[in-house]
Design a protein around this ligand. Structure first.
Ligand code: AMP
Length: 141
């Protein structure tokens, strides 16, 4: 079984510390949202709590209570920004089910009917495209 310890040097912790950049969409005292660099559809973004946990399984319920209203806010904004027919919310817990970054995060993926999802952790998107998509979502917040 995977060790359940939180590694404070994971890539999202580094984004939170400002050590590596991101295309930020939203921030408050408890939460950060930014574009996924390997989007499964245009507008794919991630919402993370500032408090570290590996995933949902070891998260403080009080952290989840603050996180999910922000997930909702971003899902509505992403839907509006990309004129989506629906919004996929996904969240992976441990490598066995596809988790690759071990800081709790929620995927928000606006989707158009009939458009297939690209592979999870597939191809890196252009930074100019990600920056433009972040602006589109911000304009709908
Ligand atoms: P998961 O498999 O649920 O752990 O998803 C991790 C997600 O983080 C994937 O969709 C990656 O494309 C995305 N990702 C990895 N590194 C970065 C990064 N530096 N900035 C934004 N998204 C990232």
């Amino acid at each position: 079984m995977t060790s359940q310890t939180y590694d404070a040097n994971n890539i999202f912790a580094k984004i939170l510390k400002g050590e590596i950049p991101c295309h930020k969409v939203y921030e408050d005292n408890d939460t950060l949202a930014f574009m996924d660099v390997m989007p499964q559809a245009p507008g794919h973004l991630l919402v993370i709590p500032k408090v570290g946990s590996r995933n949902l399984l070891d998260a403080d319920p009080a952290v989840l209570a603050k996180l999910f209203p922000v997930v909702q806010k971003l899902a509505v904004a992403a839907r509006d920004a990309f004129e989506a027919d629906g919004v996929l919310i996904s969240q992976f817990n441990e490598a066995a089910v596809g988790q690759t970054v071990f800081h709790l995060h929620v995927h928000v993926v606006p989707r158009k009917e009939g458009e297939a999802l690209k592979p999870h952790s597939g191809k890196m998107e252009d930074h100019a495209v990600l920056a433009a998509h972040a602006e589109k979502v911000k304009a709908c917040l």
